[in-house]
Design a protein around this ligand. Sequence first.
Ligand SMILES: CCCCCCCCCCCCCCCC(=O)SCCNC(=O)CCNC(=O)[C@H](O)C(C)(C)COP(=O)(O)OP(=O)(O)OC[C@H]1O[C@@H](n2cnc3c(N)ncnc32)[C@H](O)[C@@H]1OP(=O)(O)O
Length: 122
Amino acid sequence: MKYYSRRFIKPEHLNPANFLFGGQLLSWIDEEAAIFAGCQMKSQRHVTKLMSEVNFMAPAKQGDVIEFGLELISAGATSITVSCKVRNKLTQLPIVSIDKIVFVHVNEKGQPAEHGMRANAA
Ligand SMILES: CCCCCCCCCCCCCCCC(=O)SCCNC(=O)CCNC(=O)[C@H](O)C(C)(C)COP(=O)(O)OP(=O)(O)OC[C@H]1O[C@@H](n2cnc3c(N)ncnc32)[C@H](O)[C@@H]1OP(=O)(O)O
């Protein structure tokens, strides 16, 4: 798995327990994974279809730098599946893991459309 962007945890990202808000992290993951999926499919028009179990393994806190790992798992005719891991940049300790995020390439009407890319399960 290759690690791409990094984010710095600031006060506005925290929940009442003073850890990184889970919804904020999921929003970042969706964005990072969608860009990764777009690069794989060479698509700027795709939607998130499914996220498998989200395993929050350890909290992140203010001042932490986290990084986003993404990997292509498989590709179908219109969809691709990627996995995501987020870890602490400094300690490398895992923060969250999602085995499957499915993106579907769509046409201008929002219907599934072939992305023209084929890959075997990695
Ligand atoms: C050059 C480029 C530079 C990069 C440039 C990057 C640009 C970066 C852009 C940022 C991009 C922003 C990304 C926004 C991310 C959202 O915010 S999207 C918003 C939230 N998502 C939605 O609103 C989607 C709502 N759902 C839908 O519209 C429809 O369900 C969908 C997704 C169009 C699919 O329609 P459907 O009728 O269910 O489709 P269906 O034909 O049954 O299946 C289509 C594919 O999905 C698969 N599938 C369907 N259900 C499932 C399931 N439950 N599990 C697994 N797979 C499934 C099927 O197997 C099929 O795959 P293939 O075998 O063809 O590969």
